[in-house]
Write a protein that binds this ligand. Structure first.
Ligand code: TRP
Length: 455
């Protein structure tokens, strides 16, 4: 495929919104709060922020430059930049990671549809916090319901993917992203004004470093990669649709800032509310689904209509955020099959959707009927989450930083980052230094420490 056949994002804003749409998703609103809750709050957040700015942003710039320079799907990108070498495995591992993430991510995305349905049919009204917990458990362990929502969600993603890059991805992001932001802000105000919310705010702001261990570092790093959509060629694939004029460093910075703000705000919605109604912050993946309905009940207890409107809006928002992310995951695998195996785009997308429906249903069942079946002590859902977020993505990040820092011709790196010298990028040297030394060393140390080799 030559340069000119590939579609492009239409505008500068479109580029940022589509990338931010990929980054902002369940990772911020669902995964970030429960990881924060599991790892003790503020201290985790500080380490997480360190990972975002020190590792995440430079690696994002490198994914961007690899994608835009090669103008190909992620596996082909490495083949073009490093022909005949094993670097292409980095791209292939990314495609596999994307496929696995999409499978279990769609399960949770499906849950958001169930909650939209609950909200629409006024199913939250009059329930106690305990009832929210038990109804989530009943729902998520049911063999059928989550599977149906998951299939619907993947079909929605499929539909946007086959409409193509500019029409599908860019347009939907442009409308959805700003909407999402406004609703989040409103909900923060509601949550922090609940009675007893201050303990939740303290949990978010007052670090307790006594709880920090190697696992906290690995989780924070994994969460940073997951949330920024990094380490598997997702942003690399998007960057292959960027124009020559896109400022890669600035785009990375904007995406990083937007993503971080949304995650932290999600924390400010969840924890004040959780502490207010007595839900444990370490409830795990169910956290937002058992906490949030309480916010709507309590914050608007006198005005049921408002409770109704806000609960519907919130879950719609969450589904939308998830959709812009599933689109980006799906696109990586679809572009790979389409360009490498000469499938039509349509057919490639069908394979991806079908495969993810199959694996997604298995993941969903692992939370209910097949709960007893475990590998390394983890059910399939947890296993997919662990293997992708805590192993494949950081490993991908490690390879990407070494590739750009050491292997790739510096002329290419320089001309991509500065757009052939037309941009002044004061942090250029810093980016290269991080990619060469800091990122590889830091990621390796966190891995080695987690494997217990340092002790
Ligand atoms: N970043 C998205 C979120 O926070 C999820 C996601 C989309 C992702 N594309 C990805 C995660 C690529 C890892 C890699 O919800």
């Amino acid at each position: 495929m030559t340069k000119n056949d590939r579609a492009n994002f239409g505008t500068k804003l479109g580029v940022i919104l589509a990338s931010a749409g990929s980054a902002v998703g369940l990772g911020n609103i669902w995964r970030f709060p429960y990881e924060t809750g599991n790892h003790g709050g503020a201290a985790f957040i500080i380490i997480y922020l360190g990972c975002i700015f020190l590792l995440g942003l430079p690696i994002m710039v490198s994914e961007f430059l690899i994608g835009r320079h090669s103008r190909a799907n992620t596996a082909r990108a490495y083949q073009k930049l490093a022909p005949g070498t094993h670097w292409r495995w980095v791209g292939r591992m990314g495609v596999l990671a994307g496929f696995l993430i999409l499978s279990y991510y769609s399960v949770v995305a499906g849950w958001t549809l169930e909650y939209i349905f609950e909200a629409l049919t006024n199913g939250f009204s009059g329930k106690t916090p305990d009832e929210f917990i038990s109804s989530f458990q009943t729902f998520s362990s049911n063999p059928w319901r989550p599977a149906i929502w998951l299939i619907l969600f993947l079909l929605g993603t499929h539909f946007i993917i086959v409409k193509g890059v500019e029409k599908g991805i860019e347009k939907s992001s442009k409308i959805m992203m700003p909407m999402l932001f406004i609703i989040i802000l409103i909900l923060v105000v509601c949550s922090v004004s609940l009675p007893g919310a201050s303990r939740g705010i303290e949990f978010l702001l007052k670090p307790d470093f006594s709880k920090v261990d190697g696992n906290v570092f690995l989780s924070a790093m994994g969460q940073a990669f997951f949330s920024l959509s990094l380490g598997m060629g997702c942003l690399c694939t998007y960057a292959s649709y960027f124009s020559k004029k896109t400022n890669l460093t600035k785009t990375a910075f904007s995406v990083g800032i937007i993503d971080t703000i949304v995650a932290v705000l999600a924390g400010f919605i969840i924890f004040p509310a959780a502490f207010s109604v007595g839900i444990q912050p370490d409830a795990g993946p169910s956290l937002i689904f058992i906490t949030l309905p309480n916010v709507f009940q309590q914050a608007f207890s006198g005005v049921p209509l408002l409770a109704y409107i806000f609960s519907v809006m919130f879950y719609v928002l969450l589904a939308v955020a998830a959709l812009t992310s599933t689109i980006s995951l799906h696109e990586v695998v679809t572009a790979y099959l389409h360009e490498e195996f000469k499938f039509t785009r349509h057919r490639a997308a069908l394979f991806v959707t079908g495969g993810c429906i199959f694996l997604g249903i298995l993941c969903s069942l692992s939370l209910g009927v097949t709960k007893g079946i475990t590998i390394f002590g983890l059910g399939m859902f947890d296993l997919f989450d662990f293997v992708t977020a805590k192993i494949m993505l950081p490993l991908g990040g490690l390879c990407i930083s070494i590739f750009t820092g050491w292997y790739l011709d510096k002329k290419i790196v320089w001309s991509e980052i500065t757009n052939d010298g037309t941009l002044k990028v004061p942090v250029y040297k810093l980016i290269i230094f991080i990619l060469k030394y800091i990122a590889p060393i830091a990621i390796s140390c966190i891995f080695i420490n987690e494997l217990g080799l340092l002790k």
